[in-house]
Design a protein around this ligand. Structure first.
Ligand code: PEP
Ligand code: MG
Length: 349
């Protein structure tokens, strides 16, 4: 009864996915995600509940690029215990059947209120006591989750990223918690993951100015374009009066996204983009032009994005797009340019 908005969205998405599972996308399922000029892509899917996992095979995703662990907490009536968390993560990894899964530590707090967790009134919950901030201030919560993940991934690979990092030192503290838990498990002769990779969601603009330090610390990054855009343009993503006020393909934002991919490539740090931009064909086209090669999206978007990629020449698009991001270029409307380009070049949108 009365599910939280995110849970409702997750189920609405499932319904949309079923409805859109059209034959033309189904026949693309086992085809490679490669552009006309041979550039290979990794298309992963976003998930948050066990019921999402069958979409991995159905949609032909390369893995789960973002597993939103808070959904388990939002559908529960009391705080899931360590064993329940562990069981869920084990089932997710089993269902993924060897495909990579990137777990994200709890992104609760702010507007994602858990009825059984005492919440405080905040003027600006999106910028309040949420996600990793809460985890670092209440390390018991985060350590329990980390322990559950480490145990669930025993003998397998664990990929874990932290949300809402605004300063590199927060990641360093989170990593210390992982190391503590690992030590604890080893001391008690528990099996631990074969390999652990720790990453950060780039979704707070302050990180754009700490990329060198960040990239020197992390194993991977994932761009959370939903929050990054919200904070970049100071528009509440949930407020319909302003959410669409600025174009997500505005030059400033695209320059920021380009800086992330360029720096990550130079530092040889893998980067995924897992916000909604990745699942919209025209926007994803812009990402291709900027140099993104690893995208994670809702399962329903995999078919349309793959169709777009397979009809696109990535090199040619980059050559046309990148000069438009330079200051002083006469055509500043990137969305119009991309639409025109897609129609001229017969890109499937
Ligand atoms: C994002 O912010 O882009 C993101 C992927 O995370 P969420 O939508 O869960 O905040
Ligand atoms: Mg986010």
């Amino acid at each position: 009864l009365r599910p939280a908005q995110d849970v409702e969205n997750a189920y609405a998405e499932k319904v949309r996915f079923r409805a859109r599972r059209q034959a033309q996308y189904r026949r693309l399922r086992n085809k490679p995600s490669v552009t006309k000029d041979g550039v290979e892509f990794s298309l992963q899917m976003n998930a948050g509940l066990l019921v999402d996992l069958p979409h991995l095979a159905e949609a032909g995703a390369a893995g789960v690029g973002l597993f939103r662990t808070e959904l388990q907490f939002m559908v529960a009536s009391s705080f899931p215990r360590m064993r329940e968390q562990q069981a869920q993560y084990e089932q997710v990894l089993d269902a993924a059947d060897g495909k990579p899964v990137t777990f994200r530590s709890l992104d609760i707090g702010g507007d994602k209120v858990l009825p059984y967790l005492r919440s405080i009134q905040e003027e600006n919950p999106a910028m309040g006591w949420r996600a990793l901030r809460l985890g670092l201030d209440r390390p018991g919560l985060l350590r329990t989750q980390i322990r559950a993940l480490l145990k669930a991934a025993a003998g397998r690979d664990l990929k874990l990223m932290f949300p809402m990092v605004a300063d590199v030192s927060e990641f360093v503290r989170a990593r210390e918690l992982v190391e503590k838990e690992l030590k604890h498990l080893r001391r008690h002769n528990h099996a631990v993951p074969e390999k652990i990779r720790l990453g950060v969601m780039v979704e707070v603009p302050s990180l754009l100015f700490q990329l060198d330090e960040l990239l020197a610390q992390v194993d991977f990054v994932s761009v959370g374009s939903n929050d990054l855009f919200q904070f970049f343009c100071a528009v509440d993503r949930g407020n319909t009066r302003v959410a669409d006020r600025f174009d997500t393909l505005n030059i400033g934002f695209l320059r920021a996204l380009k800086q992330i991919i360029d720096k990550a490539n130079a530092a040889h740090v893998p980067v995924t983009l897992c916000g909604e931009l990745a699942g919209r064909p025209l926007e994803a086209m812009a990402l291709v032009g900027l140099g993104y090669r690893d995208l994670s999206m809702s399962p329903a978007s995999l078919g349309p994005i793959k169709a777009m990629l397979r009809s696109l020449d990535a090199g040619r698009l980059s050559a046309r797009l990148l000069p438009r991001l330079e200051p002083g270029h006469p055509e500043a409307n990137i969305r119009d340019f991309l639409k025109r380009y897609a129609s001229e070049m017969d890109v499937a949108l």
